[in-house]
Design a protein around this ligand. Structure first.
Ligand SMILES: [Zn+2]
Length: 271
């Protein structure tokens, strides 16, 4: 990930940034870049914004990024200028390092040809920003909530991977095997785990795969608008169990019941 604490393009130390603006995003690109590439990034970002909102039942609430609060996307020419301009080493592959700085700023940075930028990093980070506004809006928001209300990490990462469809098969295969062996992450631990402090790659991988499959289970089985209600209940201060009960009424009444139904889903049918 690369959400950076940059307040203005000048801080990225690349002179003469040019910009193009969409409804929710501004794309900054250097003088040597072509406008078409920047337009493509902007188009994809706006598309994802709508699509993610639809998928998590948030579309009609998607009005929080106003003209002066647009998310900034910086496109660097290459890896070298990215490192030079940001002072950041290129991240090691894997979400934990990339996500560690999440929520610092409404800024996404990349360089041309970054692997999986369009179908991975870009939608992943946009999803996190939408979830933050959905569940944990900043202080100035209309909800009058405290600014740091934590989003359950599994929920945040599960939603963030929904657009990364190239991961579906791997995650599904992995979780089917683990569920079959009774080795998935027990939900009691799973729903409380802050994976961002975990260092063991195997655990991190399982956590991300399980997060994705649990969110897919909820959305595929019960639909996007119920999922939206569930997220809004969390935003309104309900605990996870209360939010499950209020959105999924008599279908999922507790975390153990969620676990049981998810295990059936993983083992009992193909999807
Ligand atoms: Zn993430």
């Amino acid at each position: 990930m690369v959400l950076m604490m940059l307040n203005s393009p000048a801080q990225a130390q690349e002179s003469e940034w040019q910009e193009i603006k969409g409804h929710h995003f501004v794309v900054y690109y250097g003088p040597s870049e072509d406008l078409e590439a920047a337009r493509q990034v902007l188009r994809k970002a706006e598309e994802y914004y709508r699509k993610i909102g639809d998928q998590i039942g948030y579309t009609r609430y998607l009005n929080f990024w106003t003209w002066d609060e647009r998310v900034r996307i910086f496109m660097f020419h290459d890896q070298e200028s990215f490192i030079h301009g940001t002072g950041q080493p290129v991240w090691i592959a894997g979400y934990v390092d990339r996500d560690a700085q999440l929520f610092e700023s409404y800024t996404i940075m990349t360089y041309k040809q970054e692997e999986n930028f369009y179908d991975g990093l870009l939608p992943h980070e946009i999803s996190h920003l939408i979830m933050r506004d959905f569940i944990s809006p900043p202080q100035k928001s209309q909800y009058g909530r405290t600014p740091d209300r934590p989003i359950p990490v599994w929920l945040d990462e599960g939603v963030a991977q929904l657009q990364e469809t190239y991961k579906y098969e791997i995650a599904e295969d992995m979780m089917r095997v683990l569920v079959h062996k009774g080795q998935h992450i027990p939900f009691e631990m799973f729903v409380r785990w802050d994976i961002r402090t975990e260092k063991e790659p195997v655990k991190i991988k399982a956590f991300y795969a399980q997060s994705l499959m649990v969110v897919r289970f909820l959305i595929n089985t019960y639909g996007s608008s119920v999922f939206g209600r569930f997220c809004r209940s969390l935003r309104d201060g309900k605990t996870l169990e209360e939010a499950l009960r209020s959105a999924y009424s008599n279908r999922i009444l507790s975390v153990p019941e969620l676990e049981k139904k998810w295990i059936q889903f993983m083992g009992g049918r193909s999807f």
